[in-house]
Every structure is written in C-alpha cells, then in structure tokens.
Design a protein around this ligand. Structure first.
Ligand SMILES: [Zn+2]
Length: 445
C-alpha cells in the first residue's frame, strides 16, 4: 500500500489519507482564517469517512465539485452530521472562495452516499473495509482497510498493477477508550499490519470522568444556589449532548441553545449509535430549548425540536434567570455564547464552565488565561468565575497506549496531534516500529 498524507499529519485539522491513489480516508477542513484544506489534486475511486467532525468530514462535498462521483462510505450518523456541517459552513461563509463547494455539491453527497453499520464489511475501491466503534462521538469509526490478494473487483482484470500481497491497515480516526455518557469506549482491536493512529492527547492524562463530572455538577449547583447563572460553552457535536446527559442524571435544570439542539435531534434518530437512547430521550426532556418560542420546554411530544434561533433579548432574559445554559460555540468563537457570556460577565456570582480543550488563539483560551476576551469586536473583562472541565472525547496517553499495546508487531504511524513526532519517538523507545509522517509525505507499507 502506498499512503499519501494529505492533511492532519503533524497537525490537527484537515485530516485526509490517500491509499494507492484510489481510496481516500477522511477529507476534513481546518477552521482557521482562512480555512485550510488537504493538499494535492486528487481523484479517488471511493471515499471513507471516519466520523462527523469538521476536521474529518468538512471538505467532503468538494470531492463532488467536478465530474467524478466517487461513492462515499460512512455510518448513518456520520452522513447526517457531514450534511449539517456542510450546510453550516455555507451559512457561515456563503459562497466565499474560501469554501471549495456549493449547495449543489452538498446535494450531490446524498446521491453517492453509502451507509454501513459497525462490523459489516463492504467493498470500496477494490478493498474490503470494515468499521469498528471508535467511542468518540455517535457513528465514529475505526476504519480497517484490507488489501487482499486475489480478492476485490479491481484485481487482475482492471489493468491495475498486481498487489504486493495482503496488507491490513487500521486507521483509528479519533477515538476514546473510556466510556462517556453518550457513547461507550472503543474496545475493538482488529488485526492489522499497519496502524495510523490519532495522538491528540498523547502527552495528557485525563482525570477520571466521574471526578470531572462531580466537580462540574458541584459548580453548576453552587452557582445556581448562590443566585448566579452558569454558561456552559459546548461543541454542538457530542459535548452538548454529554452535558445534557450529565444535567439530567444529576437533576440539574438547563437551557440548551445553538446548533447542539439540531445535533441532539439527529442523534435521537440513530438510537443504535448512542450508549443509552432512553437516557438521551430523558436528557432532551430535561433540557429547555431556546428556540424563539419563549424558551418553553421542547420535551413533550413530538419531542425535542431544534431551535429556530432566539433573539438577543430572549437570550439576555434567560441569562438573568439564575440557571444553567448549555450553548455553542465550545471555544467562544461564535454562536449564541457570544450573547450569553457578555450578559453574565460582570457579576462574580455567575460562572463560565468551559467543557473542553481551548485551542491557542481562540477567545475561550484568551478568557482562561487573561480573564477577558473579545466578543463581537470588543474586549470584555469577565468578573464571572471561569473554569475548565476536561470532558474529552479522545483517548489520553494511557488510552492511546492501551489500544496500541495490541499492535506491538505492527507498524505504527502517528498523526492528528500537536507533537506526533514526540509520541512516535516515545513509542520507538518502547520498542514499537513507529514514525510520524508530515503533510505531503508518501509512505509505503
Ligand atoms: Zn473528532
């Protein structure tokens, strides 16, 4: 197999890996300004997407901008999330030249989409491909690609060069080995000769989830009891639902606003891909959707409905209500959080409870480090208490190693991290055959 690393190698964002010029794994975008996309001019026979996050699925419609119509393989939730993300990207950027696709290309996605469940092998570009639950977000998959000599429709008669022999490649995608409330941890360790692994938290140890959760719930309860409001910035995909599940489990009332409400609806349509669909239903009932209808509960039939979008006045009124508001964006770079945080900023009884890693250069990071951040163009000092809670959906160092331990005899290629080379060298010191390719690198396995 010839591997081409087109993005997400030695970095996080714009993940893309091309196998033998034919099979593309992931096609993401990095939400920098301007956005960045995978390198290279490619024409794959088929595409496989590991999960529905922007940095893995965000540029997929661009693959349909020309005449080619490669089939796109993914799980049902990943297909739906990719569509939501593409629509959101177009809403944010319009027809800016910074976005390499249009509404028309997004519509084409449904024409070439092919969905698969976990552990249901399928054929793509002549390979046998199997998804395994990666425990990251609903629908997330480890992707096993098997190049089997003498198998596959393109073998022999297609004019392609003969294969070297059997090769099995495991592309981990993003994964978590611990249980979250929304999804269970990854446990599959399919045989593979080569493992391309993410390494987001290769130098981090997460506190036990139960301890983080206890500290978080304590902050919510104490703040509300003291008469304050907690704004909980959370990513729309995964984190918003995780926080809603925590609130329900601990009997904490909350409002939910932003794109996370739409994604909650989406996950409820795929009950087989969440850990406990009854718990998600209860969490949706427990939360009040801010949707421009006076924040009334969306919990009754026909169920939790995505908001149409509330006014600034309604959001400011809710912020003053001595409550908990879960809202996008997770790093304070946009979304309804830009109204909620300024609305509670000047009272030290209030709190901002960040629920994930804050990337360098984001307002969330600035707020954590300096106590003030830029909202809508002006720098605002925040007197409200600011705290960070590590609800990561990625394996930490111990989790990464617990997966890799099953692959001591395989070649390990480290991608998707801030220090891929450092982790690869730590693995080599531990006896692994490990390397960290860079964007643009080709690698034969
Ligand atoms: Zn992800």
């Amino acid at each position: 197999m010839d591997l081409q690393f087109l993005g997400g190698a030695g970095e996080i964002g714009r993940s893309a890996l091309l196998i033998d010029d034919r099979l593309l794994l992931d096609y993401g975008m990095e939400t920098s300004t301007p956005p960045r996309y995978p390198v290279g001019d490619i024409d794959p026979d088929a595409v496989v997407v590991s999960h529905g996050h922007l940095d893995h699925a965000g540029a997929v419609p661009a693959l349909l901008a020309g005449d080619a119509r490669p089939p796109i393989h993914w799980t049902p939730p990943t297909r739906d999330l990719a569509t939501v993300l593409a629509e959101d990207t177009l809403k944010l950027h319009g027809t800016s030249p910074q976005v390499p696709f249009t509404d028309e290309h997004v519509r084409r996605v449904s024409q070439v989409s092919e969905t698969h469940g976990y552990r249901e092998p399928f054929e793509a570009a002549g390979y046998e491909v199997t998804f395994f639950d990666a425990g990251h977000v609903p629908g997330s998959a480890h992707v096993l690609v098997e190049d089997r000599e003498g198998r596959g429709p393109s073998d022999g008669s297609s004019g392609r060069s003969p294969r070297d022999g059997d090769t099995r490649l495991l592309y981990t995608g993003d994964f978590h080995t611990d249980d979250q409330r929304l999804v269970s941890g990854a446990t599959a360790r399919p045989d593979a000769d080569v493992v391309v692994t993410e390494s987001t938290y290769a130098d981090v140890g997460h506190d036990p989830r139960s301890a983080v959760e206890e500290r978080f719930v304590d902050r919510l309860r104490t703040t509300v009891w003291e008469g304050g409001t907690v704004v909980v910035p959370a990513f729309a995909i995964g984190r918003t639902q995780e926080v809603m599940l925590i609130c329900e489990a601990h009997d904490v009332d909350c409002y939910v606003d932003g794109m996370g409400t739409r994604v909650t609806d989406l996950f409820r349509r795929h009950p087989d891909f969440v850990r406990d669909s009854d718990a998600l239903r209860r969490a949706a009932s427990n939360a009040r959707v801010v949707d421009g209808r006076d924040g009334q509960s969306g919990g009754s039939a026909p169920g939790f409905r995505a908001g149409r979008g509330a006014s600034r006045e309604e959001r400011e009124r809710i912020a003053g209500q001595n409550t908990v508001v879960v809202t996008t964006s997770g790093m304070l770079s946009g979304g309804p959080a830009m109204t909620y945080v300024p609305a509670i900023a000047d009272n030290p009884v209030n709190a901002v409870a960040l629920t994930g890693y804050q990337v360098e250069g984001t307002p969330g990071r600035e707020l954590l480090e300096t106590g003030s951040a830029e909202f809508d163009g002006r720098v605002l000092p925040v007197s409200a208490r600011v705290e960070q809670f590590d609800f990561s959906a990625h394996a930490d160092e111990a989790g990464l190693r617990s997966l890799l331990e099953a692959y001591r005899d395989s070649e390990v290629l480290v991608v998707h991290g801030d220090d891929c080379a450092g982790f690869a060298s730590a693995l080599r010191a531990d006896g692994f055959d490990a390397d960290a390719p860079a964007v643009g690198d080709e690698h034969t396995v």
